[in-house]
Write a protein that binds this ligand. Structure first.
Ligand SMILES: Cc1cc2nc3c(=O)[nH]c(=O)nc-3n(C[C@H](O)[C@H](O)[C@H](O)COP(=O)(O)OP(=O)(O)OC[C@H]3O[C@@H](n4cnc5c(N)ncnc54)[C@H](O)[C@@H]3O)c2cc1C
Length: 417
């Protein structure tokens, strides 16, 4: 093969890489390999609009067969990649076929950490379209619902379930406040209160010791000896990167595919990684970083496509991390480095209820990140400022910038992804 880009993993990162390669003028063959039979689809709606019945499977499709044909992207769906031979530069698929490549893009993402308490009927995890459809069917039969794990996905499922009219929703998490790593205590408490206001019970600071079927119900046993009864349980306790198929490839794997700042495998410059599976040297932080958010998969795909098309003008993947979550009528956006480890300042939006920004500072007082609740214009200011580290002296200056943002009405519509 003179030139062929094989992309393994046909979701957010993989589809975007394929499209970006064509947009950058890549002239070789582009093959997109996906384990699932379904056409590529977007993930964030699986816990939100699709689960709520406000979006359809067609509506969240990322690439139709026609669009693929138009962009000259060959789809190889329904066949997982099972092995990589970097010496011969080829990928083996589950059906035994071999795909030679000149550049390989690993975009196999991550999968939910399995339930340590088994998965009897009624216990769900959420990652795929099928997972979301199955969960939606159970939720429509009513509660009680127990959500194990107060991370983004668990909290979104609880909110969507309430929107569907499910009574008796409880979130359980051994940490004392939800999203304790990504948010500081004050922000996390505000989110916990949002759930309480919507009638969701929370059991924080207590773990699950077992989940057992009892008749047509599930008994969720907690570590403090108490027990919750559920019709449906959702286990959202984090994800693990899909790297098992690379076990004997010789690539360096350590909580993902270890990459340099250009998102190329540190072991093989013709192998690139994007999205949830990539752990690259983030130039801004000089740290191996793996990000499990949508925008990073897209930004990293752009970077990798550029580097494949322009190998002599390599571009580092230096994006400022960004993520959002939608719960009830709230949109919470995170940019840069956030969480309880940093000094923080909270700024309330004087013009709107439930609208605030928390700024985070590093040890030298430098502005490193922000959590923005229901304040789209403050988000734009923070994001722009963080993109240009030299543009603001420190957190006090960032505070003045945010305070200077004129009050904008609270809205989810058109808010930046
Ligand atoms: C329910 C849900 C809600 C989310 N909400 C948000 C949100 O609100 N905001 C946000 O920022 N992020 C959100 N995310 C995270 C975001 O969707 C992910 O960061 C993003 O999907 C990562 O894209 P990816 O392409 O790297 O990996 P994935 O989306 O995991 O896709 C990987 C693909 O590779 C395929 N695959 C795996 N192994 C193989 C193999 N061996 N061969 C072939 N194919 C393989 C998988 O089937 C899958 O289709 C959410 C995720 C989920 C699951």
């Amino acid at each position: 093969v003179t030139s062929a880009a094989v992309i393994v993993g046909a979701s957010v990162g993989g589809v975007h890489t394929a499209r970006a390669l064509r947009a950058d003028g890549y002239g070789g063959e582009v093959v997109l390999v996906g384990a699932e039979n379904a056409l590529p689809y977007d993930k964030p709606p699986l816990s939100k609009e699709l689960l709520a019945g406000r979006a359809t499977a067609e509506g969240i499709c990322l690439l139709t067969a026609e669009q693929a044909a138009e962009a000259d992207i060959r789809l190889a769906l329904g066949t997982a990649a099972v092995r990589l031979d970097t010496a011969e530069r080829r990928v083996e698929l589950a059906d035994g076929s071999m795909l030679p490549y000149s550049d390989l893009v690993i975009a196999t993402g991550a999968r939910p950490r399995p339930s340590p308490w088994g998965e009897p009927a009624g216990v769900h995890i959420l990652r795929t379209l099928e997972d979301s459809v199955d969960l939606g069917e159970d939720l429509r039969r009513g509660g009680p619902l127990v959500v194990v794990g107060a991370g983004f996905i668990g909290a979104e499922v609880a909110a969507t379930a309430r929107g569907l009219g499910v009574e008796d929703v409880t979130i359980v998490d051994p940490i004392p406040v939800p999203l304790g790593k990504a948010l500081d205590v004050e922000c996390a408490t505000a989110l916990a209160e949002l759930h309480s206001r919507h009638g969701v019970a929370t059991r924080f600071g207590v773990g699950v010791s077992g989940i057992d079927p009892v008749g047509d119900r599930l008994a969720v046993r907690l570590t403090d000896g108490s027990e919750l009864t559920a019709a449906t349980v959702v286990v959202g306790i984090g994800v693990v990167p899909n790297v098992e198929w690379l076990a004997d490839s010789g690539l360096r794997l350590d909580n993902g595919v270890v990459c340099d700042e250009y998102s190329r495998s540190v072991t093989d410059p013709h192998v690139h990684a994007v999205g949830d599976v990539a752990r690259w040297l983030h130039p801004r932080y000089q740290q191996l970083t793996r990000v499990e958010h949508w925008t990073n998969a897209v930004d990293q795909a752009d970077c990798v496509a550029h580097n494949i098309v322009h190998p002599d003008q390599l571009r580092a993947h230096d994006a400022v991390p960004y993520a959002w979550t939608d719960q009830y009528d709230w949109k919470v956006q995170l940019v840069g480095r956030t969480g309880a480890d940093y000094e923080q300042i909270r700024i309330d939006n004087p013009g709107a209820a439930d609208s605030f920004t928390t700024l985070y500072a590093g040890s030298g007082g430098e502005f490193v990140g922000a959590v923005v609740a229901n304040w789209p214009r403050a988000l734009i200011t923070c994001r722009r400022t963080l993109k240009n580290p030299g543009s603001v002296g420190g957190i006090d200056e960032a505070r003045r910038l945010v305070e200077g943002v004129r009050t904008a009405p609270k809205t989810n519509a058109g808010a930046a992804r």
